[in-house]
Design a protein around this ligand. Sequence first.
Ligand code: ADP
Length: 472
Amino acid sequence: MKILFAASEALPFIKVGGLGDVAGALPKALVKQGHDVRVVIPYYSTIKPQMKEKCTYLKYFYFYLGWRNCYCGIFEAKVDGVTYYLIDNEYYFRRAAPYGEFDDAERFAFFSKAILEILPQVDFFPDIIHANDWHTALVPVYLDTQFRWREGYSYIKTVFSIHNIEFQGKYGMEILGPVLGLGDDSRKILEMDGCLNMMKGAIEQSNAVTTVSRTYAGEIMDPYFSFGLDPILSARRWKLHGIVNGIDMEVFNPATDPAIPFHYDADHPEGKTEDKKALQKELGLTVDETIPMVGMVGRLTDQKGLSLFYPIMEELMKENIQMVVLGTGYPELENFMRFCDAAYHDKFRAMITFSASMAQKIYASADLFLMPSKSEPCGLAQMIAMRYGTIPVVHAVGGLKDTVIPFNHLDGTGNGVNFQSFNAGDMLDAIRRGLAIWRDEEQRKAVTQNGMRGDYSWDASAEEYLRIYQSV
Ligand code: ADP
């Protein structure tokens, strides 16, 4: 099958958030299954120089976006069997960062149209175009309104994936013609509540819509989670699917991870205790393997459910535990973590920074990993934690509900602990249940083994995407 994967970011070239991980991993997994997969991203000036060196210039041409005659250069690179096309236009992509510019609507309209315009230029007409998030949401719209009758385009099917429903590409209706170059016939496709909404247009026009976990696919049909898109998604539920993301099992591997001092695996987990003692020492905590370490790595934002700690932190700190937090985010939450570090300094460490190596040390050293997210489309951190033999304690929502199965001490199944309602007391109870499991050697062994032996690879998810491609 010929698949064109369109995204505004993709590893190993550029990553801002989770989309970059998915756009890096999924095409690789599809190529492994024997498909012709090509990825198209913008040629941002901020792409790392060593990756720019891997790109060769192919050609340039011009196309019209509304009244603007736009330059469009094409660079090409091949990495791990995947062909990448990078769309060059310095006016749009020579910026300090990929997103957050005043003219993002125009920049990504240009990119979306370029994705379709380059097909005859590179002589690749795919069976499927897989677009992702609002930046490429106009691809199915342009395809249906401006390209269908051109040679080669009539049979292309489209799949649209929602990674972050909060950003929908919402603008005033007045940009429809002058900026996007779309006619009045597109008004009905894109209009929602008096605004132009690019994501809504993609949901309308794509042959299938996916999001990053099965539970989240159900949740976004509810106003609590949907940021206003629930009526559209409910009406199109017949084509809405949830497919959980994977993690890179090679990168996140406690047996080889260069960021941790002692290596281990499910059969020989002893190194985990050594890693914990090393981290206790590094952070100036009491070095004692019998004190459970509770870890947290992630953005310190409301969505991650951190407000639940306000009412229970004092109670939690009465437990004989150590708590280690790594993250950046809202100043109020950062300051709360700093306050806890000062107030409970014998057992609490807050590191308000971004550090990939410290993150790995925490995954490896912690005994419990907390993720009380208010909403969580998929979540990677809980899967990384389980891979490192750390017991996740999560709010049963979105991808957390799909990946963390409550431990059952009667039959030894399950890989973590969860709580159902978004409530501080329930979270505290779940943490205490997690601690009880950890303190019971037999239960600890069962739950961490289940976690470490879990398959979080992209292979199973790639199969599911293929099934959707085939079905459309
Ligand atoms: P989200 O994409 O909503 O931020 P995920 O759990 O899906 O949450 O992914 C977050 C990823 O970013 C994890 O791999 C986590 O380890 C990493 N991460 C988050 N904050 C930090 C930080 N301060 N330092 C290092 N890694 C971080």
